[in-house]
Design a protein around this ligand. Structure first.
Ligand SMILES: [Zn+2]
Length: 163
């Protein structure tokens, strides 16, 4: 059943699958890759309507790990302005099954705004990924709240369509 109140991130199933395929392809299954997750300013703030890949903003950022150049944020703000979107989260891949944050991940939120969501996907995004395999982390200002496994699954809503 769809539990609207619990889900922190909502995505159309086709968008979710396309995003994972894209993340896997961009990292060539050997490097981490990632993206910002945007929602329409006027719509459901949890429904991801646009995915902006890190390497489209900073072409040199995929170095095994991700080293995103802070100067590339201006391009992200341009997308937000032009498409009337706002950043509500980000996603990046890890090798293997570990979807907890690294010390570097936790110390460096991509957007240090309370409520910002960071998803971590396993296996460099090189196969389709179910919700319970994802790590979901919410920035609470200074520290993070994290969910994995069944608790992560509850907080990600994937549907064919949303109203
Ligand atoms: Zn990481």
């Amino acid at each position: 059943m769809f539990k609207a109140r619990r889900s922190l991130i909502r995505m159309r199933l086709s968008d979710w699958d396309a995003m994972i395929a894209e993340l896997g392809a961009r990292g060539h299954c050997i490097k981490e890759s990632g993206a910002f997750l945007l929602a329409n300013i006027d719509g459901d703030p949890r429904l991801i309507s646009r995915v902006v890949y890190f390497d489209d903003l900073d072409p040199k950022c995929l170095k095994g790990g991700i080293h995103f150049d802070g100067r590339a944020y201006s391009k992200l703000w341009d997308v937000c302005k032009n498409e009337k979107c706002k950043v509500v989260g980000d996603v990046h891949t890890h090798p293997g099954t570990q979807v907890r944050q690294s010390i570097i991940d936790a110390a460096n939120p991509m957007i240090a705004q309370k409520g910002h969501i960071a998803l971590i996907l396993p296996d460099l995004g090189c196969h389709s990924i179910a919700r319970y395999e994802v790590g979901i982390h919410r920035y609470d200002g200074g520290n993070w709240t994290s969910w994995t496994g069944r608790e992560a699954k509850k907080r990600i809503s994937l549907r064919r369509r949303f109203p």
